[in-house]
Write a protein that binds this ligand. Structure first.
Ligand code: PLP
Length: 342
């Protein structure tokens, strides 16, 4: 097993790297087994698995951070545990006890400690938990067996050399979720529904698309696979409220930071696309990118620019620095946000 890894941390992107060990646990006959770490990064499952045909699956994403004093920590893994359980419930999969989920993440990070990037590179160890329906099953219905897996990959800093704004376009042709569908759950089907829209947006030179609410197409919902926030001209942190948005842990952390650290007013409410000029700054947030400043959004053939297409706005920068500081252990975290791996 490799304990010395040869990785150029500065060149890492968001790509798969095979690390040493991953965690697997199986649910059968009404209960989860104890789970174990395995070397093989391939899983062998029935060709009739519900995950393959009927989309019975869900996943999570979180990161391990190396701090200045060389400890390793997770950011709010209990929130990922709660969210995976909401996703599991929605697609009829068994829930995972919060302690089992967090313990699996801790085991995987410890077993792959050599892959946790050094402090100061901005790189992190991305952790991918998932649950899939497995076993023999042809008729449409929940699987007889389930697999809960956790693997990890080192990933690079999203922004090398400073926060750079990117442009997005409103998706006028495609929705990612239905009004009473699965938009609020982290399941693969939402991503399958967004792949084409994403590719078409990138072909036109945009980073991704912004989805409007599927019922009326008048309100901002998601920015690609991230949540939207805007800073109004009165310095209010505003973010959409809707049952078809994926509840981003980063977004709820930013709401807390805006209120408690930056003493800003916060509003979770409708964000009509027709009134985006109320915002002087805007951003997309999520675990992978932390915060992506939004330069502009194209809507009805026109690019609406917020703060600037080339520079991050001052409030977005403060939000980013505070969150990033908390995640890497340089800024004091609210109670319960940090779980030490070592
Ligand atoms: C995972 C995800 C997010 C971000 O959630 P975080 O908990 O902040 O990582 C936002 N939108 C979608 C669609 C997602 O799948």
């Amino acid at each position: 097993m490799s304990t010395n890894v040869n990785i150029d941390w500065d060149k890492l992107g968001f790509a798969y790297t095979k690390t040493d060990l991953r965690y697997i646990s199986i649910w059968e006959n009404g209960k989860w087994d104890d789970g174990k770490l395995v070397e093989d990064n391939n899983i062998s499952i029935s060709e009739a698995s519900t995950a393959l045909h009927y989309g019975q699956q869900c996943f999570e994403g979180l990161k391990a951070y190396r701090t200045k004093d060389d400890s390793i920590q997770l950011f709010r893994p209990d929130q990922n545990a709660k969210r995976i359980n909401r996703s599991c419930k929605r697609v009829l999969m068994p829930e995972i006890p919060v302690e089992k989920f967090v313990d699996a993440c801790l085991q995987v990070v410890k077993a792959n400690e050599a892959f946790v990037p050094p402090y100061g590179t901005g790189a992190t160890l991305y952790i991918r938990p998932y649950v899939i329906g497995i076993g023999d099953n042809l008729g449409v219905g929940p699987a007889p067996k389930f697999l809960f897996g956790v693997f990890c990959c080192p990933v690079g800093a999203y922004f090398k050399g400073g926060l750079a704004p990117v442009n997005f376009m409103i998706s006028e042709k495609y929705d990612r979720a239905a009004p009473h569908g699965t938009g609020a759950d982290k399941i693969g089907g939402n991503y399958a529904a967004s792949l084409l829209a994403h590719v078409e947006a990138t072909k036109r030179g945009f980073a991704d698309c912004v989805y409007l609410d599927p019922a009326t197409h008048t309100k901002i919902e998601e920015v690609g696979a991230a949540n939207f926030f805007g800073i109004t001209k009165d310095n209010v942190f505003a973010t959409p409220k809707s049952p078809s948005i994926l509840p981003s842990i980063t977004k709820y952390s930013l709401i807390h930071i805006a209120k408690e650290y930056l003493k800003m007013q916060v509003e979770e409410r409708d964000i009509p696309i027709d009134s985006i000029s109320e915002f002087k700054e805007a951003g997309a947030c999520g675990t992978a990118a932390v915060i992506t400043p939004i330069g502009g959004i194209e809507y009805n053939g026109e690019l609406h620019v917020f703060h600037s297409e080339t520079e991050v706005g001052p409030i977005t920068k403060k939000l980013y620095d505070t969150l990033y500081g908390i995640q890497f252990g340089d800024v004091e975290a609210p109670e319960g946000w940090i779980v030490k791996v070592k």
